[in-house]
Write a protein that binds this ligand. Sequence first.
Ligand SMILES: O=C(O)c1ccc[n+]([C@@H]2O[C@H](COP(=O)([O-])O)[C@@H](O)[C@H]2O)c1
Ligand SMILES: Cc1cc2nc[nH]c2cc1C
Length: 356
Amino acid sequence: MLTEVLNQIGELYPEPMEKAQKHLDGLIKPPGSLGVLEEMAVKLAGITGELAPDLSKKTVVVMAGDHGVTEHTISVAPVEVTAQMTRCFLKGLAGINVLGRHTGVEVKVVDMGIKEDLNLPGLIVKKVRPGTADFTLGPAMSREDAIKAILAGIEVAKDLIAAGSKVLITGDMGIGNTTPSAAILAVLMDIPVEQAVGRGTGINAEIFKKKIEVINKGIKINRPDKTDAVDVLSKVGGFEIGGLTGLILGAAAQRVPVVIDGFISTAAAMLAVTLKNEVRNFLFPSHLSEEPGHKLMMEYLGLTPYLNLKMRLGEGTGGVFGAFFLEAATKVMREMGSFASSEVSFLLEERMAKVF
Ligand SMILES: O=C(O)c1ccc[n+]([C@@H]2O[C@H](COP(=O)([O-])O)[C@@H](O)[C@H]2O)c1
Ligand SMILES: Cc1cc2nc[nH]c2cc1C
């Protein structure tokens, strides 16, 4: 089934992109003056085949999971906070609930592998296992469980799209999950762990040193194969990261745009792109996380974040802003007047610089 989904992920449609560019050039503004919004509009046309796709139903999917490496105390928070925050998401009290409401994005929460069993109304339960194993001792999960997590994410995407979501936004919750995310970055880009790792929730210098040791040990003992994303996920990943990889693949397979949030979400996007390079065609960035390695991840994906709000919360809190801009780009396409239909006379081409 995974192969089937990967086979569905293809190229952008060239003709709608050309049409979108022509349409943009005919709108009452100097050509190119809406900058990155114009790039978004053209890419969206290439994804959906439509000039002004309806992106009004936007959904952020917060995937939650726990991590065996938290045994080493590599976060400011104890492992129980993953479950506690999941309760907050469902009560509407967390950062993502507020920013989701503000940007017109609905919030869905998925238990991909929380340690505790939560029986809460509204929670989508796809639990693979109650937390990963400590990857300094062996693989975080079996290869079968890694595939299970990815397939669960694909299913979530399928269900949300069937229910009308027009854009999916990645979000995560998992105490300790900047550790597997940094490990994934170090493996896939073949860089020293020191360049991939960051302070996560805000750890001190002593814990930071330990975090580097933990990741180095995990990579050394497991020897993940950087050409095999499932191997990397199973050895040094996490269930919510696998779920997000699946969510991204599932959206791309159905030509639904996906907005990528911060460090953890982008680790999942790197795995998805490693599985199928054309996944890039369906990805949109949002913000640049304060995690230093996020810049490298974005470079790997060939994406330039729209915002730098110095955020490092995860949950999809940066992602919802990205989707807000994406919808703005579709409104420009749908609602802005053209030179042909207005009193504004045509711009004089001979006066224009060639560089734009
Ligand atoms: O998304 C980000 O860029 C980001 C950066 C740092 C921390 N986080 C969030 O904080 C938690 C992971 O941090 P840590 O220190 O426990 O590894 C997890 O729940 C993430 O959603 C998220
Ligand atoms: C309180 C808290 C909220 C979070 N949201 C995402 N990661 C988090 C980590 C902590 C510690």
